[in-house]
Design a protein around this ligand. Structure first.
Ligand SMILES: [Zn+2]
Length: 302
């Protein structure tokens, strides 16, 4: 069994309004093929499509307020209702209580303890990794879960050697924003094929992008549309390279944000979870909230 988790920070199911929701405005044929032709909106039902199950997923978990990244991500990787345990949605970075929950048990540690290979597929710039190492910058909940299990974050060298991808999928941001010229820039077709290839040697791989949440906080509709259309093309290529009998691809998020650029905050909308793969029927009936993902994925590993 092999699982590739594609984590898009801050995407929810919002209104059918192309003036404020990039999911309503963008052309997304691959995403919509996975949801039976429905746009990824609050009107989309739980649906079985040819290759996938599309599940509107509760991210509020019975706790008042707007869901946040640290509690949402910790819930995804532990299966515990972390906001209920600490009494609030909390983020963006985990505090001591959330770090303790992640250190006690998480999907990465469960799998590595059993000798199964785990990886992160998104590279991080040198200054960022140095700041994590020195304690100047806090790890996100997803990063902390990997850290306590001994799974390393890929570096610039990994990106240069095509052993990891950039959070923008193609690598152009490393050249244009970070001014690192010696970074490969992929076409969406190459990036999708590379994701499939990089996931193949591992039982569990996680690719995470923060770009979706950042675009939501900046209320940038046009950039949101462009980034989703980029993701759609990458996903088409990943799906072309992925054999549904070899494992499962999961797409999910920690909370809504990008789907409503009328304000800068997170939303209380359900988030989209998509499970692709021949064995998905073993787990999809058990998934309705973010707490259900880690137990479902562990069930796949027996
Ligand atoms: Zn955010």
């Amino acid at each position: 069994m092999r699982v590739l988790l594609l984590f898009l920070d801050g995407i929810g199911l919002g209104a059918d309004d192309p003036s404020l929701n990039p999911f309503a405005a963008a052309r997304l044929p691959t995403l919509e093929s996975l949801s039976g032709g429905y746009k990824w909106l609050n009107s989309a039902p739980r649906i079985e499509s040819e290759r996938a199950t599309f599940i509107p997923t509760d991210a509020c978990l019975g706790v008042a307020g707007r869901p946040q990244s640290a509690t949402g991500q910790a819930t995804i990787l532990t299966g515990r209702n972390v906001p209920a345990e600490i009494g609030a949605h909390y983020g963006p970075y985990p505090d001591e209580r959330i770090r303790a929950i992640l250190a006690a048990d998480n999907l990465y540690s469960r799998l590595t303890e059993r000798g199964l290979s785990c990886s992160r597929l998104d590279a991080h710039p040198p200054h960022y990794l140095a700041e994590l190492e020195s304690g100047k910058r806090l790890r996100t909940a997803l990063q902390h879960a990997a850290y306590v299990a001994g799974v390393r974050l890929p570096s610039l060298e990994a990106l240069q050697a095509c052993r990891a991808l950039s959070a923008d999928f193609l690598g152009d941001g490393w050249r244009e924003v970070l001014k690192l010229p010696d970074v490969p820039v992929h076409t969406p077709q190459e990036a999708g094929a590379l994701l499939a290839e990089l996931a193949r040697p591992h039982a569990f791989s996680l690719f995470s992008t923060w770009v979706t949440d950042e675009i939501g906080h900046h209320r940038d509709l046009a950039r949101g549309v462009a980034f989703l259309e980029r993701f759609d093309t990458v996903l088409a290529s990943l799906l072309a390279a992925w054999d549904d009998s070899e494992g499962v691809i999961v797409i999910t998020s920690d909370h809504g944000n990008l789907e409503d650029v009328s304000h800068r905050k997170h939303t209380q909308n359900a988030v989209p979870t998509v499970i692709i793969g021949a064995q998905r029927g073993e787990i999809t009936p058990h998934i309705r909230a973010l707490t259900d993902l880690a137990p479902a994925l562990l069930r796949l590993f027996g």
